[in-house]
Design a binder for this molecule. Sequence first.
Ligand SMILES: [Zn+2]
Length: 341
Amino acid sequence: MKVDSGQFDWQICGHDRAVNFLQSTIKTGRISQAYVFAGPANLGKYTVAERFIATLLCQAKTDVKPCGQCFHCQQLAHGVHPDVYRLTRLVDEKTGKLRKKIIIDQVRDLKNRLSQASMLNDYKVGIIDKADELNTSAANALLKLLEEPTPRTVIILIADDASRLPATILSRCQQINFFPVATRLIEAFLTDRGVTEVRRVARLAYGRPGIAWSLVANQEQLDDHNTNISNFFLFAKADLSQRFRLVDKLINFSGNEVFNSQLIGKIINDWQLVLRDLLLVASGNEYLVADIEQLDNLKQQSKNFDFFKINKLVKLINQAGIYFDYNISSRLILENIIINL
Ligand SMILES: [Zn+2]
């Protein structure tokens, strides 16, 4: 069905190719049964999916879609649209941690819901976030669902790493790739929305509008970032026994492992950024440094970090990301890093 829409108001930062393509499919009515939105986290894949769906479902008579006002737009904005089913990894009730995989029951549930008639006599939509985390039986169930499409149904798979999806699934989807967004585009996007001091935020985002937006929306995150950077240098300066005492003093572990793994994940992410910046300063490319507010500090600190040490730490921190997948306690992961700083 062709959706009657003259203009689009999607408010997306970057991703012109993906956005133009999706809008053209709406204009021409050539909407695929299934899409994979692929690319690293925090680029805006989910936001584009939301705008795409909102445009498909918006019932406003106005020329600009989505209108943001009609019943469909409102229901979508509140995450309660009866024809839109969202699916992602669940928290395991036993461990309190996010499950590593999307399980078959979730896909079966999606299949049941999509096989029923639309509540509002329109498109039915399934969005699977972290679709690259489907376990094997869930992936098989999804494949069946894609092989037996129901009319006026759209399924969008959001995947950080599409190569982890089975080829049989990929072959049944229209794949749309997302890439990091130029810093100048992020700066312009934030400036247009009245954000001040956009330069540092845009640079810290490393091409990921989602990170930029969350730094703007939450000053605490920027404060946490600054704390994580100064802690990095404190740990690096301390001797080994001091470092273990500092863990208790500087890191706010809680009894909740979900909280802890988010906390350590953020610390590790910030430490990756500082190592990258140290490498840039050490190689005479300080004009590329992301954390421009830290430049003087980085220049000073870089005297204590040669290429060999930085490379070793980069490898160590990359490895830490893998440990998360093996259910290792986040405290142990952090301690393993600080021993080697
Ligand atoms: Zn609307």
